[in-house]
Design a protein around this ligand. Structure first.
Ligand code: 8YV
Length: 328
């Protein structure tokens, strides 16, 4: 099929250069107002589209996919995580799914480190205090936090982002521990001086800071369950820049409230954009609106990847970032 005849439906506003290039290449429908589509609008989108470009805010579930027109052959998602797409149904219907891995690794790792530093050092709490006009001057015991240097960091999920977090954390004097489905290569373990824990439970019980860097899949839903969170020691901090669903948010909130955990840095939430109101009231948590990969450079790179995936697919080849293979 020629590019020009390929109907591409983009569900959210993307950076201008990406939208412009898409308009030059394909027959594109844009979401100019950037209002997230309802499930009914997503159904309309999959009824029109040969190729759908969704994001994390779209729930592409079996209900939506079952109403797709038979020409919908590719879902070229803008983002690394694909937990908003029912992959099993897409596979059944022969729809190829692609994502945009690799280009948001360093940005997300930077934000993870920002949270790892911000929570124990009370960064946002201090800033709120100053802005409120409450600061009366330096005091030897004012705004005391906890030292980062020398602490044990437990990384849950040692993929691209987990490794990039580990590299940064080494420079801040943390020792690296990790749990992953598979042990990483000897070379990487040596480079990071990382200790592998086959048992997540064993690792959690010994860490000072835990960083969640694994994708959300059926297998990682509530990986940090109420039971596992209880294994953490009361001085431990939890940081999550992956997906809210990996952590039992209610259990985490209860433990933060009762002082069973020292603090948390959260860029993602279980029911976004809703945030547990109890968390909003706590001083020992830093809360961000899912902005781990939010850099201009990153968003442009993500858009370029989406375009490459679409072009390769339309040319009749297997797109580079296939999450699942449909029928080409
Ligand atoms: C993206 C993310 O901004 O890529 C991911 O998986 O979580 C975010 O950093 C978002 O997914 C865009 O769809």
């Amino acid at each position: 099929m020629p590019y020009r005849k390929t109907k591409v439906v983009v569900t959210r506003k993307l950076p201008d250069p990406i939208e412009t290039r898409m308009m030059e290449l394909f027959d594109v429908s844009l979401n100019v107002e950037d209002k997230p589509y309802s499930q009914a609008q997503l159904v309309e989108a999959v009824q029109q589209a040969d190729i759908l470009v969704p994001t994390v805010t779209d729930r592409i579930d079996a209900g939506v996919l079952s109403q797709a027109n038979p020409d919908l052959r590719l879902i070229a998602s803008f983002g690394a995580g694909v937990d908003h797409i029912d992959l099993a149904t897409a596979r059944q219907r022969g729809i190829t799914v692609t994502n945009t891995p690799g280009v948001l690794t360093e940005d997300t790792a930077d934000m993870t480190l920002a949270l790892i530093l911000a929570v124990p050092r009370r960064l946002t709490e201090g800033e709120r205090y100053l802005r409120a006009g409450d600061w009366t001057g330096w005091a030897p015991t004012g705004m005391l936090g906890n030292r980062i240097w020398g602490k044990r960091l437990g990384i849950v999920g040692m993929g691209r982002i987990g490794s990039a977090v580990a590299r940064r954390a080494r420079a801040f004097g943390m020792s690296i521990h990790y749990h992953n489905r598979n042990r990483v290569s000897d070379e990487l373990e040596q480079e990071l001086e990382a200790t592998y824990w086959e048992s997540l439970d064993q690792m959690l019980a010994r860490m000072d800071i835990v960083s969640v860097n694994c994708p959300h899949t059926p297998g990682t839903f509530h990986l940090l369950s109420a039971r596992r969170l209880k294994l953490l020691r009361p001085h431990a901090y939890v940081v999550n820049t992956s997906r809210g669903e990996v952590v039992d948010e209610n259990a985490l909130t209860r433990m933060l409230e009762s002082g069973e955990l020292a603090g948390a840095g959260l860029d993602v939430f279980e029911h976004e954009p809703a945030v547990n109101p109890k968390l909003l009231a706590m001083d020992n948590v830093v809360l961000l609106p899912h902005m781990g990969s939010a850099t201009i450079e990153g968003r442009l790179d993500m858009g370029e990847k989406v375009i490459i995936n679409i072009k390769t697919f339309v040319d009749g080849h297997a797109p580079p970032d296939r999450v699942i293979e449909g029928l080409l």
